[in-house]
Design a binder for this molecule. Structure first.
Ligand code: G4P
Length: 529
């Protein structure tokens, strides 16, 4: 086994988009190219459908699907590709943020008619902050949409990216004739038939060749030449190093549904997307080629079957190899653990695997040892950074509705918080518990799961908070910090890690507090070192 070769083979990435832009459809086409599935419709959409059933039933349905689609792996041109699932619904944004800590690159899908949408903006911002390499895929070219140049402008302005198109559409909607592949210098004509042979491209390195007129018509040929001239005049030339630094984003056009323009993007992806990247830990930078195993938990999935209360903890391998039955150090618990049935993922199946490599995701059966952000090593005391908590948007007191079941309730809350369903804050003043969530839907989920999985009942009460801010004191012994703690006592809480949090009740009070206590820094995320 050539360890270095195995690392170089891996491409672990996520597809991000606003719901409905075509993430599921694109994922499915990628799997078809890899031969991992045989037919369209095999990948289930994990989006929340607004249909007849309640939102909450929808979430349970979604939870079932997201077990299956957490990691979709396939082989393509001897590369092992791992696609990590990222829920598009805004109530699950935090899940997606966490998954983005485990990807080495992303593909951003944008709907040609709708342009850049809200969720895309938020997710791309997170990727930009972390310098994650991004490829943009503009989808649904078979439909009438925005002008290609306008869209490229929008992507640059709204997403703060520096783009360079590597393919360019020839017409659009009813007039959509195909794609000019700038990267490969060839033309792919659109027939509207998704089963079309994917090799059907026409090499075209000289655009002045009069054959172009015969292929797409005089006017369209003229337009294409003009457009491509504009592209080369306005946009920088593609530079792989800049892409890998997160400073330049190539753009592809196509139609996922028609399997058009997808192969072009995938081939380019294989060539340019990074193998497993080095990852920063509090102590040092960890390189993928290091021989010793390191990895971290970025997702925990509870078993859907209440009779089997185990959970699956998803570990991204950062360095070394993960071997079955070998003891590894659970750094937070300071204890060694062995895993007899680690799961690897292939297409939509999971199977027990003996050895996994950097870039791979391993699913470990867990009875409550892990929480998100935990690190595994071969003995080193190492803590990976970059999995912060973000300020929730909604806050409610959680009360015990069945005094006989206090223990079950606490255990349930504890475990659901480890899974990252929501965040728990314990008020300094009276020890009452406040649950913070990104979306209101999570409260229903928590209530249902507490009852069905832990036999505990809860009720909620409004807690008037606007944002949770993690507190950083310049000097914990100074008078200003002491006064801040005394005056704001009612609004102070500890999060699950024991970090001090200020629950501001309005934007105004947050501003006032910041002005009054300038040496006390307030952060919207839990990681600020
Ligand atoms: P998502 O995962 O990003 O939420 O999007 P998804 O792939 O589910 O696609 C959303 C809708 O857009 C689907 O239609 C899908 O068929 C359609 N779609 C995806 N790619 C293209 C494309 O290239 N061209 C066109 N015209 N449509 C596209 P739906 O009616 O909502 O769902 P379904 O009933 O077809 O599954």
């Amino acid at each position: 086994m050539d360890f270095k070769k195995e690392i170089d083979k891996r491409r672990t990435f996520g597809i991000i988009s606003h719901p409905d832009a075509g993430k599921t459809t694109l994922t499915e086409k990628l799997l078809l190219f890899g031969g991992a599935i045989q037919e369209a419709g095999a990948v289930k959409s994990n989006k929340i459908k607004k249909s007849a059933t309640s939102d909450f039933m929808e979430i349970e349905r979604q939870r079932g699907i997201s077990v299956a689609t957490s990691v979709l792996a396939f082989l393509y041109q001897d590369k092992k590709i791992n696609i990590l699932d990222t829920p598009g619904h805004k109530d699950f944004a935090e899940d997606t943020f966490r998954t983005l800590t485990a990807v080495d690159s992303v593909i951003v899908v944008i709907d040609v008619a709708k342009g850049v949408e809200e969720q895309t903006e938020k997710l791309v911002e997170v990727c930009r902050m972390r310098n994650i390499p991004m490829i943009v895929f503009i989808n649904k070219l078979d439909r009438e949409g925005k002008d290609a140049f306008d869209l490229l402008d929008e992507v640059e302005q709204k997403l703060g990216l520096q783009v360079t198109p590597l393919s360019f559409p020839i017409g659009m909607g009813y007039d959509f004739k195909g794609i000019y592949n700038i990267y490969e210098k060839n033309i792919n004509l659109f027939s509207g038939d998704s089963k079309k042979d994917i090799e059907d491209t026409i090499a075209f390195d000289d655009l002045e060749n009069p054959e172009l007129e015969n292929l797409i018509g005089t006017e369209t040929a003229l337009n294409l030449r003009e457009n491509l001239e504009l592209v080369s005049g306005v946009y920088p030339e593609f530079d792989k190093a800049k892409y890998l630094e997160g400073e330049l984003q190539p753009v592809f056009f196509g139609s996922a549904l028609n399997n058009f323009g997808v192969r072009e993007m995938l081939d380019c992806f294989i060539e340019i997307a990074p193998p497993p990247r080095d990852k920063r830990a509090e102590e040092r930078l960890v390189k993928a080629e290091e021989k010793n195993l390191t990895g971290f938990v970025f997702k925990i999935h509870a078993n859907m079957d209440p009779k089997h209360r185990d959970r699956l903890a998803f570990i991204k391998i950062v360095s070394g190899t993960f071997e079955r039955n070998k003891p590894y150090l659970h750094v937070r618990h300071k204890k060694k653990l062995k895993f007899s049935s680690p799961n690897a993922f292939f297409a939509e199946k999971k199977e027990i695997v003996d050895v996994s490599f950097p870039g791979d995701i391993v699913g470990l059966h867990d009875t409550g040892n892990f929480k998100i952000g935990d690190t595994l090593t071969e003995g080193e005391n190492l803590h990976f950074t970059g999995i912060p908590s973000f300020s929730p948007e909604h806050f409610r007191y959680i009360n015990n509705a069945d005094p006989m079941k206090a223990k079950q309730l606490n255990k349930g809350i504890d475990q659901l918080m480890d899974e990252g369903v929501a965040q728990l804050f314990t008020l300094e003043l009276n020890g009452r518990k406040v649950i913070g969530t990104v979306g209101a839907l999570q409260y229903e989920v928590i209530q249902y799961r507490l009852e069905h999985e832990y036999g505990a009942k809860c009720s909620y009460e409004n807690f008037p908070a606007y944002k949770a801010c993690w507190v950083e004191a310049e000097d914990e012994t100074n008078e200003e910090f002491k006064e801040f703690k005394r005056v704001k006592q009612k609004f102070l809480a500890k999060d699950k890690q024991g970090q001090l949090v200020f629950l501001a009740d309005s934007q105004f009070s947050l501003q006032m507090t910041q002005q009054k206590y300038p040496s006390v820094k307030l952060h919207f995320t839990s990681e600020f070192q």
